[in-house]
Design a protein around this ligand. Structure first.
Ligand SMILES: [Zn+2]
Length: 56
């Protein structure tokens, strides 16, 4: 299971997500990103997000 905490990106936010694959998790994160004014997940941002994804 892959998991992600929004707070790990430096946001003051309690949102977390988990999914069985990184691809599915990235889709959930992309759906949450607009809450922080992020309209597009750039490749730089995707790399940062992926570095924060934990395997559980
Ligand atoms: Zn958030």
């Amino acid at each position: 299971m892959k998991s992600f905490k929004c707070a790990d990106m430096g946001f003051s936010c309690g949102w977390t997500a988990s999914a069985s694959s990184e691809k599915e998790l990235m889709q959930k994160i992309a759906g949450h990103a607009p809450n922080h004014g992020i309209k597009e997940i750039t490749s730089d941002l995707a790399a940062k997000v992926k570095s924060k994804i934990k395997d559980q």
